[in-house]
Design a protein around this ligand. Structure first.
Ligand code: IMP
Length: 429
C-alpha cells in the first residue's frame, strides 16, 4: 500500500482497467486528484451507494467531500462536455464547482476536432483506428502543430474570437480535403465558446503551482492517468493508440511538476484483459468464453457503449507496463468476474517470428503474429465479491494473484472484487 505523498495511478493494459474505482477508493486519503492527459475519450463508472456516475473529464475524487480536482495542461479540454458533466455532478454534490480547477495551459478541444476525428476515421477505411470519436487525435495534432487554442487564450475576448475564426477557416479547408460534407460555422463557434468563457476562466489555475504548494504543506496528491500503457502514443501498440502519453512519464509533464516529486506509481490491471477499438490482443478469448466474460464483467465501453474484446491475463503486457511506468504497486480489479471458472490461464511469453519473446515487441507485425504461451492455474468456485481482507479470498485466488506478482515483478497492493466503493481489499504485508 502506498504511503507516498504524490502517487500516480496508471492503466497498465489497454484502458478500462477500473482506474476510476481505484482513484475513488484512494481519494479517501488524498487531498488533490489531478488528470494529466486525454480528454472525454475516458469514461469512469463509479458507484456510490445507489448512485452511478459516469465521469469523462472530471476526476472521480469529486465525489468525496473537500477534495480538489484538477485538469492539467496535458489534458485536451472539452468545455461543453465538461460543464454538462459538472452540472450533473452538482445535482448530487452542490459544491463541486468550487472544487475543480483547469490549467490555463490546457488545450481546448472544440466540436470541430470531433468532426475531424470522424472524417479522418472514415478516410482510413479498413485501416481505421477505432477511435472514440471525441476529437482527441485532432486536438493533440493542433497542439503539436502549435495552432491550438488554450484555455488561457480566452482571457482576451477579442483575440480569442480571432483565433476561433482563423481555426474555423483552417478546419473547413481540412474537412474539405477529407471529403467531409461537414462545415464549421464560425459565428456559432464563437457564440458557443464565448458563452462558456467567463465560467471557465473562473476555474483556471496553475496546476503545477497548486500541486507543489499542496505537497509542501504536507498534503497528498494523486495524478490520475486515463486509458492504459498499451494505448500510449510512444509505448503502445502504435498506430492503434491514443494521442497522448498515458504512462507515468506523462504525469509530471501533464500537470506541471517534475518527476522527482513523484513517490509511487500504482498500475491498475484487470484480473483478465480487455481492449476496445482495433489492434492486436494476443490473449483474446475464443467463443463462448468471450461472450460469457463480456456479459459477466459488463464489458461495454463507458464512453461509446462498444463491446470490449476480452482475453486472459497477459503477463507480457503487464511486465512491459511495469517497465515503462516504473510501477511500484499493482491494483487488480474485477477478480470476482473470474469466479466459477474451472481453469485460469496466464500468458507468460509469446512465440513470434520463429522465436520466443519474453518482452512485448514494438514491431506491430511481430505482435500480430504472436501466439501466447500459457500457464494454467486452477480456478475457484467461491464468490469473492464479499471478501474484504486477503484472508477472505479462496486459496486458488491467492495462488493466482501471487503468480501475477511473480510474473510481473510488482507487488499487489489492492484487489477489487466489485463495483461498489467498499468492495476492495487493501493487501497488507
Ligand atoms: P481516441 O483516444 O479516441 O483517439 O482512440 C484511440 C484508441 O484508444 C481507440 O482504440 C480507442 O478505443 C482507445 N481508447 C481511447 N480512450 C479509451 C478509454 O478510455 N478506454 C479504452 N480505450 C480507449
Amino acid at each position: 500500500m502506498s504511503n507516498g505523498s504524490c502517487v500516480v495511478i496508471v492503466g497498465s493494459q489497454w484502458g478500462d482497467e477500473g482506474k476510476g474505482k481505484i482513484v475513488d477508493v484512494l481519494a479517501e486519503e488524498i487531498d488533490i486528484v489531478a488528470r494529466y492527459q486525454g480528454g472525454a475519450n475516458a469514461g469512469h463508472t463509479v458507484h456510490v451507494g445507489d448512485d452511478e456516475f459516469i465521469l469523462h473529464q472530471i476526476p472521480s475524487g469529486i465525489l468525496h467531500p473537500d477534495r480538489t480536482c484538477l485538469l492539467g495542461n496535458g489534458v485536451v479540454f472539452d468545455p461543453f462536455q465538461f460543464f454538462e458533466e459538472l452540472d450533473e455532478i452538482r445535482a448530487k454534490v452542490p459544491d463541486a464547482e468550487q472544487r475543480v480547477g483547469v490549467s490555463g495551459r490546457a488545450h481546448l478541444l472544440l466540436y470541430y476536432h470531433k468532426l475531424l476525428d470522424r472524417a479522418a476515421e472514415a478516410s482510413r477505411g479498413a485501416g481505421k483506428i477505432g477511435t472514440t470519436g471525441r476529437g482527441i487525435g485532432p486536438a493533440y495534432e493542433d497542439k503539436v502543430a502549435r495552432q491550438g487554442i488554450r484555455v488561457a487564450d480566452l482571457r482576451d475576448a477579442e483575440r480569442a474570437e480571432q483565433l476561433l475564426r482563423r481555426a474555423a477557416e483552417r478546419i473547413n479547408r481540412k474537412l474539405e480535403s477529407l471529403d467531409s460534407a461537414e462545415k464549421v460555422d464560425a459565428d456559432l463557434l464563437v457564440r458557443d465558446v464565448m458563452g462558456v468563457r467567463e465560467r471557465l476562466l473562473k476555474l483556471t489555475v496553475d496546476t503545477g503551482r497548486v500541486i507543489q504548494d499542496a505537497l509542501n504543506a504536507g498534503k497528498r496528491v494523486l495524478l490520475e492517468g486515463a486509458q492504459g500503457a498499451l494505448l500510449d502514443v510512444d509505448h503502445g501498440t502504435y498506430p492503434y493508440v491514443t494521442s497522448s502519453n498515458t504512462t507515468a512519464g506523462g504525469a509530471g509533464l501533464g500537470v506541471g511538476i517534475g518527476p522527482t516529486m513523484i513517490d509511487d506509481v500504482v498500475g491498475v490491471v484487470k484480473a483478465y484483459t480487455t481492449r476496445v477499438g482495433e489492434g492486436p490482443l494476443p490473449t483474446e478469448f475464443p467463443s463462448p468464453l468471450q461472450e460469457e466474460i463480456r456479459e459477466k464483467g459488463g464489458e461495454f465501453g463507458a464512453t461509446t457503449g462498444r463491446p470490449r474484446r476480452c482475453g486472459w491475463f497477459d503477463a507480457v503486457v503487464v511486465r512491459y507496463a511495469a517497465l515503462v511506468n516504473g510501477l511500484t504497486g499493482l491494483a487488480v480489479t474485477k477478480l470476482d468476474v473470474l469466479d466459477g471458472l474451472e481453469e485460469l490461464k496466464i500468458a507468460t511469453r509469446y512465440q513470434a517470428g520463429g522465436g520466443t519473446l519474453d518482452d512485448f515487441p514494438g514491431d506491430l507485425a511481430l505482435l500480430e503474429d504472436a501466439k501466447p504461451e500459457y500457464e494454467s492455474l486452477p480456478g475457484w468456485s467461491e464468490k469473492t465479491s464479499e471478501a474484504r481482507r486477503w484472508e477472505d479470498l479462496p486459496e486458488a485466488a491467492h495462488r493466482y494473484l501471487r503468480r501475477l506478482e511473480e510474473l510481473t515483478g510488482v507487488p499487489i497492493w489492492y484487489v477489487s472484487v466489485g463495483t461498489r466503493r467498499d468492495q476492495i481489499i487493501h493487501v497488507k504485508r
